[in-house]
Design a protein around this ligand. Structure first.
Ligand SMILES: C[S@@+](CC[C@H](N)C(=O)[O-])C[C@H]1O[C@@H](n2cnc3c(N)ncnc32)[C@H](O)[C@@H]1O
Length: 308
């Protein structure tokens, strides 16, 4: 298993010499004038959309026929349509198979998990999500059983008979659910709440297969993952390692699978690939971020402990 980080312009570096990739997981600049060291994040709107089209057209050429491309895009007020317009432009040459809301902060009972930037605008609600667009070359089967990001389910969901665990016998009391949530928060949100519930014997199983379904049942397009804190890493816009892991899991990456991130920043997606045992290539235009990504890979930080 090998993770490689290359410094340079992805538009120039995405050549056939890199080989083919089964999955692309990336977060390009959002054109929000964010202070990336080298890249100036303030293109004229149309130019930005066309730049995105050029990059992802090239990326598509490096994708296997059954491959998946996950593109995380946020937005700023008032231009709420920009990420959607990028997605629309990309859908001229790829299939937009899924759109996912990455929820950055949720409340479970009295507990607020994750963070968001409050605003005191009279017009806008505080923004609490970003998009992850899942593109393919033609519709692909996804691996729903592999998804284990469950901590965002409030108790009311678990209690209801068919949402989201249709037909499943999962009924902890509210107190048990809170205990589970606490245990979960202690152990880190990378661990599935459902796994904890299974360990506690709250899941009744008719065999391994149904147990697995119960543990990994949810297949929503609303994913929760806490933003990576900036304490130890000098990058203004990282995504969580767990978010990239979710993408890889939905695609169903197995041994021998290769991942590409053309905007790798400080290497979060590469850590996800590493955690799942995949080969991966990351590209970033900024030497400082590339150096940090390399260090991060060598240090082999735990996916979530790094920020503490
Ligand atoms: C949103 S950040 C990605 C952050 C990354 N997901 C992480 O968690 O560290 C976008 C990155 O794109 C890089 N970038 C901008 N233009 C680029 C280009 N033409 N080629 C490669 N990287 C570029 C920036 O330096 C920045 O690190």
């Amino acid at each position: 298993m090998e993770q490689q980080v290359i410094c340079g312009n992805c538009l120039e570096l995405m050549t056939p010499e890199l080989g083919l990739f089964d999955v692309i997981v990336t977060s390009p600049p959002y054109n929000l004038d964010i202070d990336y060291n080298t890249y100036k994040d303030n293109k004229e709107r149309k130019e930005y959309i066309e730049w995105m089209a050029a990059v992802f057209m090239k990326a598509k050429d490096l994708l296997t026929p059954n491959g998946s491309m996950f593109i995380n895009l946020g937005f700023g007020q008032p231009d709420l349509l920009l990420p959607l317009e990028v997605a629309k432009r990309l859908s001229e040459f790829m299939v937009l198979q899924n759109q996912i809301a990455w929820v950055k902060s949720i409340r479970i009972g009295d507990e607020q998990k994750g963070s968001f930037t409050p605003n005191n605008s009279e017009k806008y609600l505080s923004n609490n999500f970003e998009y992850v667009f899942h593109f393919t070359k033609s519709y692909q089967k996804i691996d729903k059983n592999n998804m284990s990001n469950c901590w965002f389910f409030p108790y009311t969901y678990l209690k209801s008979s068919n949402m989201p665990l249709t037909g499943l016998n999962f009924k902890p009391t509210e107190k048990e659910w809170l205990t589970l949530t606490e245990a979960h928060l202690e152990t880190g949100i990378n661990i599935s709440a459902m796994s904890v519930a299974a360990d506690k014997g709250w899941l009744k199983s008719n065999g391994e297969r149904s147990k697995k379904r119960r543990i990994y049942g949810p297949d929503f397009n609303r994913w929760a993952a806490e933003r990576t804190q900036k304490k130890t890493l000098d990058h203004p816009a990282m995504f969580p390692v767990e978010l990239a892991e979710m993408c890889l899991k939905v695609h169903g990456c197995g041994v021998g699978c290769r991942m590409l991130d053309p905007f790798v920043g400080v290497g979060s997606s590469l850590l996800a690939a590493k955690n799942l045992g995949l080969d991966a290539v990351g590209i970033d235009i900024d030497p400082k971020y590339v150096a940090e990504a390399r260090e991060r890979l060598v240090a082999d930080y735990g996916a979530w402990n790094e920020a503490k």
